[in-house]
Design a protein around this ligand. Structure first.
Ligand code: AMP
Ligand code: ZN
Length: 115
């Protein structure tokens, strides 16, 4: 498992920064975004420190598939029934702010703060 001691999401994985967890298993963690754009806004992250989508290869297909496959189930659990958005920001031009790969999943009734 790769861990970057200066990475905010690695600190969340290690429990050194608190988060509101929604799901955890061996290789991924899902928690509520601290500045939600929508009534429900969670971040799905690998426990492994992977900086961005650029660093993923075909070897990561099972993890990526697992994340996308889990999103609808989690949205239902969180009471989202009217649809949701799934978003991955990559690199500076993709407006990625936290350099640890994450998938945003946002839902709940409109209007939203953003997005
Ligand atoms: P991005 O621009 O795709 O890198 O998004 C980073 C997201 O991480 C933003 O939506 C932030 O609100 C969120 N974020 C930053 N720090 C934390 C934290 N400590 N706990 C939860 N979410 C966070
Ligand atoms: Zn990290």
């Amino acid at each position: 498992m790769t861990h970057d001691p200066n990475c905010i999401f690695c600190k969340i994985v290690a429990g050194r920064i608190p988060s509101r967890k929604v799901h955890e298993d061996d290789d991924m963690l899902v928690f509520h975004d601290i500045a939600p754009w929508a009534p429900v806004h969670v971040l799905m992250i690998p426990k492994n420190h992977v900086p961005s989508h650029y660093d993923m290869t075909a070897a990561d297909a099972p993890l990526l598939g697992k994340m996308l496959a889990l999103a609808p189930e989690l949205m239902r659990q969180l009471g989202v029934t009217g649809g949701f958005r799934t978003l991955i920001n990559t690199g500076p031009d993709g407006r990625q702010e936290v350099p640890h790969f994450h998938v945003h999943v946002m839902g709940g009734p409109r209007p939203w703060a953003k997005g």
